[in-house]
Design a protein around this ligand. Sequence first.
Ligand SMILES: [Cu+2]
Length: 418
Amino acid sequence: MKGTDVINQTKKWLLMGTAAAMLAGSFYVPIAAAHGERSQAAFLRMRTIHWYDLKWSKDTVEIGQNYTLSGKFHTFSEWPEAVDLPRVSFLNIGQPGPVFIRTGSYINDIFVPRSVGLELGGDYSFLVELKARRVGNWHVHAMMNIQGGGPLIGPGKWVTITGNEANFKDEITTLTGRTLDLEDTGMSKVIGWHGFWYLIGIGWIFYWARRPLFLVRHMKMEDGVPDNELFTATDTKAATALLVGTLVVIMYGFQSTESEFPITIPLQSGLLQDIKPLPPRYGKDPITAKITTAGYRVPGRTIKFKVEVTNHTDKVMSIGEFDTGGVRFLNPNVIVDDTGYPEELLAPEGLEVSQQDIAPGETVIVEVVGTDAAWEVQRLSDVIYDPDSRFGGLLFFVDPEGRKIPVEVGSPLIPSFA
Ligand SMILES: [Cu+2]
């Protein structure tokens, strides 16, 4: 009696458990909010490429419509050892497969379909032209791939694509004057030729497999049955026919393809060139900024540093923003974001400075404090796990006309536990 009770109880709980798990499973819809960048070492993200002035052209696009992601990036001078120098770099887009196709990409207005070399400590502008291809809600990142270093993922923003995917066309006109839709160009030929040769192969095996394959033939060979009983005259004819037929079809295929496409070129490849950074606004080193101490609290959401700033220009410069690892800490008195920067990376009132305006010629030590949940959510606080506790970022000074001047800062970053 007791035993049946226990079994019944167990069955009941198992049933309830399974039902609960299934219910939970059907209601749980995971939302991937970051796409790889958060798990990358914080010091790498802070000391490689700094993306800024990013503009995602719109929030919603229709299938086939154009979309652009543009902005600037700065290559950090104290490039970490763990990443090869960006001598072979490729401007990419971080997205889940070709939900957009890339119709053009430019660094400093140079068309960059291939890899390029970048200099450290420089600022570059970039523009990527995209065309919407798959319906859905996509998180699109700026991204640089470095040979010998891997992907350096910039900030990502959600974009919605609507419309009818069947209408998507990727039309190009070749130098021979043909207009092609790259979505299906050559597909029928690829399928046709692969299917044809596959059938020939199957047919040849089938020709032999009609007769007993293994044991019988093996025993006949063991018994010393003459060859012509294993390979008949018909077999020899069939083999010859196949051999000659194959060669003829190859020659025919070569000739017909050659006459249909008389002008072809090899794959265009090779490192494009080294691209020089943009000429700096206000000349070289208009403002120097040297960090004297820097730290962050563990656990915590704050990074703070003291920086010695000298304003070499003849204008008052105001500290407006500090950027690191894609997170923007803004001083709301100076900069208000109007670009629709991703909310999870934006701290609109996250920056406090002990002195905001720096007079021409003035040298001053400023205490800068950046505070936001993003420091923790983007796992920049995880620099505590990194083998190189150093950080880097861009401090933005704003001139009276509202133009931003990025100044690179970086130093060791010391945790405090009190
Ligand atoms: Cu993403």
